[in-house]
Design a protein around this ligand. Structure first.
Ligand code: TRP
Length: 339
């Protein structure tokens, strides 16, 4: 038996990954592979909670996301990389958990209340959307995961997962460890306009953006608002653009920009050009691997099938214990009935 902890995490596959995903999530995942047994999956069923009216892009987003993960350093040999819908055990466990989850717990989740209020473009008053945290709980405990790396905004989901897990364990049998949140330090990733980088704000730099798109996006970036004239000294510590230098530029470049910006020796226009070239260079190896993976879809598909098979091995063992705990194990039931 290995005493390594099991880590599980997933991402909804609803579109292009951007630098926020890279620095906020992927980089952490890559590091976690060193010390833990990791399960990483594309949550394509979760994507349907918002994309159900037009699911035409979910599958291609899933494949592109997986290519990005692997290009960013997720090793499909070391970690189990899979697609949620290729492991139907998620659905079975979700159904059983739905039986024991009080509606009140789901209605209280802050992200639920918030999104119902804020998202008007889509009708989210569905059973699936309310049950999002139940499916997410199934995702986690199906692998008897110990640790779930999550952002602060997902903390309430993990809390409800722990409650559902405790309820299952106490109603039936202690099949599952209680998953714990692994809060990993992540820098705030600003978007082009200084707000948090997000697809829905339209302020993201995608991992797949070609050089000319990156140059164009950098031209439109907000910089230090207090630096009005070229001769005004800048404030790198509060400048949105400089935050990116710290993330993607070699330290000596970032240090030089910091000095020259404060001394008004480099202007914002020039700095934007410089940053664009740094970003292009930073993303180049990732984009090359991504393109290779997407050019050989047979290989990508084979990686996923293999990952999903490995996931099913562990999921299947858990489900056998679950069926027994709930009492729906018919070979045993038959024995218990005698002749
Ligand atoms: N909710 C996560 C997201 O917004 C995706 C997800 C689904 C997940 N199931 C999970 C994350 C289980 C961690 C653990 O992208």
């Amino acid at each position: 038996m290995s005493d390594r902890q099991v880590v599980l995490s997933g991402m909804r596959s609803t579109g292009q990954l951007h630098l926020g995903h890279y620095f906020g999530t992927l980089k952490n995942w890559v590091a976690l592979q060193e010390q833990h047994d990791c399960y990483f999956f594309a949550a394509d069923w979760h994507a349907l909670t918002s994309e159900y009216e037009d699911p035409s892009r979910v599958a291609s987003s899933t494949l592109e996301a997986l290519a990005d993960w692997i290009a960013a350093g997720i090793d499909p040999e070391r970690s189990v990389v899979f697609v949620q819908s290729m492991v139907p055990e998620h659905a079975e466990l979700h159904l059983l958990l739905s039986m024991i989850t009080p509606l009140g717990w789901l209605e209280r989740v802050p992200t639920y209340k918030e999104q119902m209020r804020e998202i008007e473009a889509r009708d989210l008053s569905t059973y699936g959307f309310l049950g999002y945290p139940v499916l997410q709980t199934a995702d986690i405990i199906l692998y008897r995961a110990n640790l779930v790396p999550v952002g602060e905004d997902q903390a309430s989901h993990l809390e409800i997962s722990r409650e559902i897990t405790r309820r299952f364990n106490s109603l039936y049998r202690p099949v599952f460890p209680e998953p714990r949140a692994l809060f990993t330090p992540t820098p705030r990733i600003p978007g082009l306009d200084g707000r948090k980088m997000s697809k829905s704000y339209g302020n993201a730099i995608n991992l797949s953006d070609p050089p000319e798109v990156i140059r164009e996006k950098c031209r439109s970036m907000f910089t230090d608002p207090t630096r009005i004239r070229r001769s005004d000294p800048g404030h790198p510590e509060t400048c949105n653009l400089f935050a990116f230098h710290r993330l993607v530029s070699p330290p000596e470049v970032a240090d030089r920009v910091e000095r020259e910006c404060r001394a008004a020796a480099i202007g914002c226009v020039e700095d934007k050009k410089l940053l664009a070239e740094q970003l292009i260079a930073f993303l180049e190896p990732l984009q090359r691997r991504r393109a290779e993976l997407l050019a050989d879809r047979g290989q990508l598909l084979a990686i996923l099938r293999r990952g999903s098979e490995r996931a099913r091995e562990r999921a299947g063992a858990t489900m056998a214990a679950v069926r027994e705990a709930v009492g729906l194990d018919y070979s045993r039931a038959l024995e218990g009935m005698g002749s």
